[in-house]
Design a protein around this ligand. Sequence first.
Ligand SMILES: [Zn+2]
Length: 300
Amino acid sequence: MNRINKGIVTLSFDCEAKWGMADLSLNWTKELTDKNLVEVYEYILEILKKHNIPSTFAFVGAMTETKDDFLAKTKPLMNGPNHKKWLKPIYSQLTESDEGWFFPNLINLCKKYHMHEIASHGYTHIPFSSLTDEEVTEEMKLIKDWSLRNELNCKTLIFPRNDISFSEKLNRYDIQLYRNLPKLIDTKYLPKYVNTFLEELNIFKKSEELNFDKLCIPGGVFINWKYGPRKIIPKTISNIRYKNIINDAIKRNRVAHFWTHPHNFITAPDSKIIFERLCQEIQKKVESNELEIYRQVDFI
Ligand SMILES: [Zn+2]
């Protein structure tokens, strides 16, 4: 991994449409229509262009296939018990409607901007720790095949659900780097949502150090999804927090990594304002030559 002698900022997007929550029944997934999803990707790409920020778009492979190709490619996976468990409810949802699942044009849309990295977010979005060794091999083969067919030369991965398992196998499929787990406040006696809430209020959050001996880069922070309890956190608090992380990265030559799911801007349009302010801040610091932008692949 390259040494860094400047503060670095990285923006990554977990691109998954309905695949991310395939095993859960959540009310907000209804809003993930084909139209809303395409529009939100167009929106993000335009904002990034406006502020000149090359970023990492990590796609669930299946999401960028046609429905027929997905069905043909995943049929053999049904022989594995865990893949079967993951895919069965997806197949059954697809018999009713494929709204929000397949976007074969999105890769080309991203490519058109000639600045972004296209990375992997798994092929089916199954969490890796639920797989057997053989099943991981099948999932990785599909990722590799997806990368070749789309001429992506895909070198980095964001594990579905940040569930880091079998990382030692990635290299065999040309994946050289992954995004680590975010370091979050974890007060054991409080429920997870309270911890996430407290985390979002931590305006003194620091940037993270790059570990040159590892295959991974810092897990960074989630751009606040103004939905549910997190909605009440003022946008200004989130942006002060991100500004402090960036300033800390500049001061100590460290990494400020921000990530989100594009679809979060559909269910919480207010998060777009936070995102746009963050992009403005990054552009300002880059133009004053204090900060450099890396996509995940630029760390290799
Ligand atoms: Zn995901």
